[in-house]
Design a binder for this molecule. Structure first.
Ligand SMILES: Cc1cc2nc3c(=O)[nH]c(=O)nc-3n(C[C@H](O)[C@H](O)[C@H](O)COP(=O)(O)OP(=O)(O)OC[C@H]3O[C@@H](n4cnc5c(N)ncnc54)[C@H](O)[C@@H]3O)c2cc1C
Length: 308
């Protein structure tokens, strides 16, 4: 076997795993196509514990430096894992660069990506009024008027996150009724700050340097309306980067890797997973890091019990 541990992904979870694996003297390979993960695009992360504020870019550089300081960790920073195969000795990890690596254990931290509306203005104003993480960015919308798109649990929670900050919140709902847990739904419905607009789909996000308005279409009449807003929170779910794990480990109906939350073990012995790619309820940097450390220590204990 070439490596004791192969880590898939270079987000906060993968970086944390690499640092802990290095310090445990595991011969480690980290394979990723980008460093820093999803919050790389963020202008200000204000809940990275021990740091008042850091940009996604600076966080990514700090994580990468910490990984590169580990003598036992090799980096493959420009390829994507395309498949994982269990063998008698461990695993063969294949990549889109037609490489194959052998590892005694694997920790998957390939994270996720936010589901997008696919409308004009969404990419252009990403980070300039278009928001994909309300827990992260609600405090930036103090005294602002915002629209939240999506009325499932994530959308409802975004509205609640915005209560202390926004002066007015429009909740744009595709369906005729809300679809979230009754408690959060009750909070949203009774708030005087909130106007719920049912059965509409967003057609365009407009602005200049920053978001100025959002256009939506009534599904029953096709009538288009424009709402002046300072921010558009898009909360229509996230997609785990788990395509290469189909048929390899047990996934839930959302495609998230099902793990034992004490150990980060998956349904396959020797294959661990942590962070946003898993069925962890809260998708946050600090949580991804903590879980990845758990997964690395579990992998270490697993390896101690394996021959060779
Ligand atoms: C815009 C935005 C802002 C955010 N702001 C905050 C914040 O302020 N505070 C906070 O706590 N959380 C924030 N989050 C959430 C936070 O970014 C995630 O919870 C965190 O990044 C999860 O870390 P992860 O390492 O599990 O996954 P990711 O960050 O998704 O990293 C996954 C890594 O795996 C790589 N990868 C994916 N597929 C493959 C593959 N097949 N092969 C190899 N590599 C692969 C990716 O390129 C990436 O490097 C934000 C999210 C977004 C979208």
């Amino acid at each position: 076997m070439n490596y004791d541990l192969i880590i898939v992904g270079g987000g906060p979870a993968g970086a944390a795993a690499a640092v802990y694996a290095g310090r445990k003297q595991l011969k480690t390979l980290l394979i990723t196509d980008n460093f820093g993960g999803q919050s790389l695009v963020s202008n200000g992360i204000e809940n990275w514990i021990g740091t008042l504020s850091i940009t996604g870019y600076d966080l990514a550089r700090a994580l990468e430096n910490h990984v590169r300081a580990q003598e036992m960790v090799e980096l493959s920073p420009a390829e994507r894992v395309s498949g994982i195969q269990k063998t008698a000795e461990g695993f063969i990890v294949s990549t889109d660069q037609a490489h194959q690596y052998q590892g005694r254990a694997v920790l998957v931290t390939s994270g996720g990506r936010r589901r997008r509306l696919g409308v004009s203005g969404e990419n252009e104003f990403d980070g300039r009024g278009v928001v994909f993480c309300s827990t992260c960015d609600a405090p930036f919308f103090r005294n602002k008027v915002v629209a939240v798109v999506g009325a499932g649990n994530a959308g409802l929670e975004a509205v609640v996150d915005l209560f202390p900050y926004a002066t007015k919140i429009y909740l744009l709902n595709r369906r005729a009724e809300l679809k979230g847990d009754p408690l959060t739904q009750g909070l949203v419905e009774k708030s005087e700050k909130v106007t719920i607009i049912h059965q509409v789909v967003v057609t365009e996000i407009l602005g200049n340097q920053v978001v100025k308005s959002v256009k939506y279409k009534h599904q029953d009449t096709d009538q288009i309306e424009e709402l002046p807003v300072d921010g558009v929170f898009i909360e229509i779910g996230s997609i785990p980067n788990s395509e290469f794990l189909q048929g390899v480990v047990e996934l839930n109906e959302l495609g998230e890797v099902i793990i034992d939350h004490k150990t980060c073990e998956t349904s396959v012995p020797g294959l661990f997973a942590a962070g946003d790619v898993t069925d962890e309820m809260y998708k946050q940097n600090n949580i991804a890091v903590g879980d990845a450390i758990k997964g690395t220590l579990s992998a270490y204990n697993y390896l101690l019990k394996q021959p060779g």
